[in-house]
Design a binder for this molecule. Sequence first.
Ligand SMILES: [Fe+2]
Length: 192
Amino acid sequence: MTVTDPSPIDANPDSFRRMAESTAEQWAVIGERTRENQRRVADRMIMLLESLSSISDGFITDQLTHCLQTATMAERAGADEEMVFGALCHDIGKAISVPNHGPISAEMIKPYVRDDVYKSIMHHQDFQGRHYYQHFGVPTNLRDQFVDEPWFSLCEEFTDDWDHQAFDPDYDTLPLEHFEPLIRRITAIARF
Ligand SMILES: [Fe+2]
């Protein structure tokens, strides 16, 4: 896999120094450059996913393997592309911070997935709690507060069928290269 940082040194000498002095023409340039550089999102998500290979924190697998295995399970179960992408990136926030990694990951993928995928990743840790929160003296039924949400069943499928059991070093996990076209396809256009 070749990951290039496409961020060019494309500072615009004609742009404003204070937003209050900005013009429509200057913002048009910024908008055009931003669209041109959209592929940077895929590159940087891939870079962050790759960085998870150096994080294990006591788990039997590193966090990249866990993410890849979760996505592999989702794909093999017939999940659609946005859910597979969500599964792949559900712990990407751990590259920055473990304690609030769910919301970090969810916000990173929000412009590229539908709402039930976004919400499932946002709250996946409390759903995972069914399988381990007792070891921390935390109620294992925190997911119950979301039982009436339209994304509840998707999040249950994600956590119970894929995420919580994706720590098997002997599983036939697909490599990051397998998911690269998917990452580039999904992040090509942001929904605002
Ligand atoms: Fe996970």
